[in-house]
Write a protein that binds this ligand. Structure first.
Ligand SMILES: [Zn+2]
Length: 574
């Protein structure tokens, strides 16, 4: 009871407080805490490519089909982690990008999901927008995928990013370019030199008035150029011989895939511009367009060639919608991965030309993995399935009414909100009824954990705040739990159970299971020790200290992981 009262108080109190709850201390951070000073370094450029949904196993599984100059070059001359696992449960795009940019877990940086229910506001909020409204730049309709329209900002990030630490020195610059708005915003942090993202209704790249009032000339010129229309009316076909795809990923036409299930995939043409721009970002051509923008940025801003350190984030988002639609064992995902490999080879060649060997570092990473389609699982087969979260868990409202009585005669009022995988209880009603909140949580969790068809477990807020967390799943959920932004009961379905509806197609991610936590992680170039392939499991958030290291900055305060020992032995510490 004391714990629950303190938690409620925490929703109202000032942003900085230490909150003891059942033996554990939550530190709710104010954003503007001190950032370590940056020590001037030699010229260099660090390019970070985040391939959205590039699951860690693809790089080994498809390796025989890769060229020599892309992923394989990075593996042979740099370091690759074949078993890099995100440490937290909520494996969504926003949580992933914010964890990469800060090196912290969602419990610390606060980006617990793409959107979450804000108890104080009584509505869902979008991860890449703040309470303050900003405008799309250039002004005009369209472009906003968030529920706040075009005026996006990184204001919900609770801690500084590694890029923010870099920007403490005025000579340094950070650019963040992505197809998805949330990728660009959350990678860019609070103080980037520029953050630009794709408008799927127009094919243009834009920003918001949080960052600046006008697009720089090079982005305007890029938008006015013909790059975005290069694939109008075109076809996405197999990059290589179709028989190879059959061997690695089975038949092209597979049950459970969404949309037109087979190659070629035709893009809209003629006057169907809007449909074309929307479709483009769900093909590998969207990634190619982003790389074209990246080249414009490199050239116009002379990245890596001036006095100072430049950090360029490239958010290759196209792999994600492709994976959602067709699943990991499809020709489409294999093709998108082969094209990503070709893109990486092109990037290395280009950077060698415009920046020069020994003057840049390239890191490839992903924000999360994905679950196989139940219909096309590879060996070993599991009992993959599809389910409707409302059908499975919606009966909880009646259960609580039956146990604790209806509030004011109205059904279902003990639950304020149900956003799978979280249930938010009606805290005011529980307090008014003088019920210990733990009892209501516990009743809800016990019922939810015993839904025979899909449930594996359910965790309560009290458990998540508790001191003993031996259960690895509970520990992973704890890393995604923020007292002001998470609900009261976390629903954990069985592995390979997709919460998309019984009659759904396609697949998703967001669970704490290994297939969603497994991400690609490779580094190559200046300051990267030649360590080759690492097969042992590592925390994927070693990305944070790696990035600090190659940028030449001290650790930022929120990094969840130390630099791997092998890096320390192999190279001189900054
Ligand atoms: Zn993603």
């Amino acid at each position: 009871m004391i714990g629950s009262r303190l938690l409620r108080a925490s929703l109202i109190l000032a942003p900085v407080l230490m909150l003891p709850v059942a033996g554990i201390v939550f530190v709710i951070r104010k954003y503007n805490e001190p950032i370590p000073e940056y020590k001037p370094s030699e010229n260099r450029l660090v390019v970070v490519c985040v391939f959205d949904q590039l699951r860690g196993d693809y790089l080994a599984r498809f390796a025989p089909l890769f060229g020599d100059d892309g992923f394989e070059r990075m593996k042979a001359h740099g370091v690759s982690y074949g078993n890099a696992m995100l440490p937290y449960a909520g494996t969504t795009t926003s949580a992933g990008h914010a964890s990469l940019s800060t090196g912290a877990v969602p419990a610390v940086h606060g980006i617990v999901d793409n959107q979450w229910y804000d108890r104080l506001l009584g509505k869902p909020v979008y991860a890449a927008s703040g309470d303050r409204m900003y405008e799309r730049v250039p002004r005009g309709p369209g472009g906003g995928r968030g529920n706040d329209g075009g005026g996006l900002s990184p204001e919900r990030l609770l801690v500084p990013t590694i890029g923010d630490a870099l920007m403490k020195n005025k000579k340094n610059r950070v650019f963040s370019l992505a197809l998805k708005d949330r990728s660009s915003v959350l990678l860019g942090g609070r103080t980037p030199t520029g953050a630009y993202w794709y408008d799927p209704s127009r094919g243009d790249f834009h920003t918001s008035s949080y960052y600046r009032e006008q697009l720089p000339g090079w982005v305007e010129q890029f938008n006015a150029g013909g790059s975005k229309d290069r694939w109008l009316g075109g076809e996405w076909t197999h990059l290589r011989d179709a028989n190879l795809y059959e061997r690695f990923s089975g038949p092209d036409d597979a049950p459970g895939e969404a949309g037109g299930r087979t190659f070629p995939h035709r893009l809209p043409g003629g006057d169907q511009r809007e449909d074309y721009y929307a479709a483009l970002e769900a093909t590998p051509f969207g990634n190619e367009l982003l790389w074209e923008l990246g080249k414009s940025c490199l050239e116009s801003e002379r990245l890596g060639t001036r006095d100072g350190v430049d950090l360029l984030f490239l958010g290759f988002s196209a792999n994600d919608p492709i994976g959602h639609a067709y699943g990991p064992n499809s020709h489409e995902v294999l093709d998108a991965t082969l094209r990503a490999d070709r893109l990486v080879a092109e990037m290395i060649a280009h950077l060698n030309t415009v920046v020069g060997p020994g003057r840049f570092t390239l890191i490839v990473v992903a924000d999360h993995g994905v679950c196989d389609l139940p219909e096309t699982e590879r060996e070993p087969k599991t009992d993959g399935m599809r389910f409707d979260p409302i059908a499975e868990y919606g009966g909880l409202a009646d259960v609580l009414d039956e146990k604790f009585g209806k509030i004011d005669g109205r059904a279902g009022r003990w639950i304020e909100r149900m956003d799978f995988p979280w249930i938010t209880l009606n805290a005011a009603a529980i307090e008014a009824a003088n019920l210990p909140r733990e009892i209501v949580e516990e009743t809800a969790a016990q019922w939810a954990a015993n839904r025979p068809a899909v449930a594996e477990a359910a965790y309560t807020r009290t458990q998540l705040a508790g001191a003993t967390q031996q259960d690895p799943m509970l520990r992973a959920v704890r890393q995604s739990f923020h007292p002001e932004r998470s609900g009261d009961v976390y629903l954990l379905p069985k592995a390979h159970a997709l919460p998309l509806g019984k009659a759904s197609v396609g697949t998703t991610h967001g669970s704490p299971y290994p297939y969603d936590r497994h991400v690609a992680l490779l580094a190559y170039g200046n300051d990267v020790p030649n360590l080759g392939e690492h097969k042992a499991a590592v925390n994927a958030l070693i990305f944070g200290p790696m990035l600090c290291r190659v940028l030449g900055i001290a650790r930022t305060p929120d990094l969840s992981e130390p630099l791997p020992d092998s890096w320390k032995q192999d190279a001189n510490a900054p």
